[in-house]
Ligand binder design. Structure first.
Ligand code: UDP
Length: 368
């Protein structure tokens, strides 16, 4: 098949890197980068690091409001997809690029494939929730990463075209772990295992002034001179922080976003991870790192349920953060991180191959 992949953000480039080798073995790809993330730290650097080829089409559509972005993407995608003679449009995740790709494909009568279908927070105030609900209802192939995602699709009446394929990001982490067992392989400032906490924050819900003040206070509460918080900050969150002029608490070190390997290394060697990221919370779980999810809810139910209590959803509650860290990653205990970094093994699931095979019509629908 000739498949137009439409991506545009950091996590989508990472997932495409996991999918592309098997996709290109079976299919012809027309690679479209919307440019939703355009700066080097969030997009450009990932091409080289992950070995992604140059896109066939770079739309350069970043900035502006979400609605404006989607509108501009639709205008650019219509002639492009029509001319590409694609048999399918493949979209990933839950961003504006996902929604625009799915909508453009559906309106042009090109079947849509959605990778990471079925995830739900049941909170329609989240821009991501709107994007994924619409993409799912327009899709011919729905590649669900978890049984909960399959069940949530069924609850919305979607049972056809659903494939339970596992998680592309797990395959990539499985590949990278052996390369980052030594902290020297990418941990910022080559810190030793267990001597820092690693944090990322980027969701819209955590960019309001109240939320920013709450997570700054939380990070300040858990940071110690002997175990600082390293906060790899998304440029969007940094702009909000700078606009507020809120002071950074002591022992919280704000750094630029990391490359992919460094992000995996920083998680693997951390005492614990604090994050509102969907990807980072799953990676921390696969790496067996204690993880505090800085949201009130998660779409990754299995990731929390299967963590043996190591992952906890705490919102922005400082007290819960304290309590969880005292239990899961006590100050001074670096052995847990040292041992984990030496021994943890992540099992590959072959999600990319399952997706590519299903698109070729050679895989049965599974798990439905
Ligand atoms: N990530 C990265 N550098 C960072 C922070 C995160 O490479 O400084 C990676 C992380 O390891 C994961 C992905 O980005 O693979 C998650 O993307 P993000 O948090 O932007 O989005 P989400 O997963 O919440 O959709």
């Amino acid at each position: 098949m000739r498949i137009a992949t439409v991506v545009g953000t950091r996590p989508q480039l990472i997932k495409l890197a996991a999918l592309q080798p098997s996709l290109r073995r079976r299919h012809e790809e027309v690679f479209v980068d919307t440019g939703q993330h355009w700066d080097d730290a969030l997009a450009g650097a990932f091409f080289a690091e992950l070995g992604l080829p140059q896109p066939d089409h770079s739309l350069g559509i970043g900035g502006g409001s979400g609605v404006e972005q989607i509108g501009r993407m639709l205008l650019a995608l219509e002639p492009l997809l029509a001319a590409a003679r694609a048999d399918a449009v493949l979209v990933v995740g839950d961003t504006n690029s996902t929604l625009a790709g799915a909508l453009a494909g559906a309106k042009l009568g090109i079947p849509v494939a959605h990778v990471e279908a079925g995830l739900r927070s049941f909170d329609r105030t989240m821009p991501e929730e709107v994007n994924r609900v619409v993409a799912d209802h327009l899709s011919r192939w729905l590649f669900a990463p978890t049984p909960t995602a399959v069940a949530d699709l069924r609850a919305e009446g979607i049972t056809e075209g659903v494939h339970l394929v596992g998680d592309l990001m797990q395959d990539l982490v499985a590949r990278i772990v052996p390369e980052v067992r030594e902290p020297e392989a990418g941990v910022p400032d080559r810190r030793h295992s267990g001597t820092y906490l690693f944090a990322t924050i980027h969701r819209a819900e955590n960019r309001t002034p109240e939320a920013v003040r709450a997570w700054l206070a939380l990070l300040g509460d858990v940071a110690r001179p002997e175990r600082p918080v390293i906060l790899a900050l998304h440029p969007g969150t940094r702009a909000v922080l700078d606009g507020l002029g809120a002071p950074i608490p002591r022992n919280v070190e704000v750094i630029d976003p990391l490359g992919y390997r460094s992000s995996i290394a920083a998680q693997l060697h951390a005492g614990a991870v604090l994050t509102d990221s969907g990807g980072v919370q799953r990676e921390a779980a696969w790496l067996h790192v204690p993880c505090l999810v800085l949201r009130g809810t998660t779409e990754w139910v299995e990731s929390v349920a299967d963590s043996g209590g190591r992952s906890v959803v705490i919102g922005l509650d400082s007290h819960a953060a304290w309590e969880s860290l005292a239990r899961l990653a006590p100050l001074g205990d670096v052995d847990a991180a040292v041992n984990r970094a030496r021994t943890v093994a992540v099992r590959p699931v072959g999600a990319g191959e399952r997706i590519s095979a299903a698109l070729a019509g050679v895989a049965p629908e599974v798990g439905v």
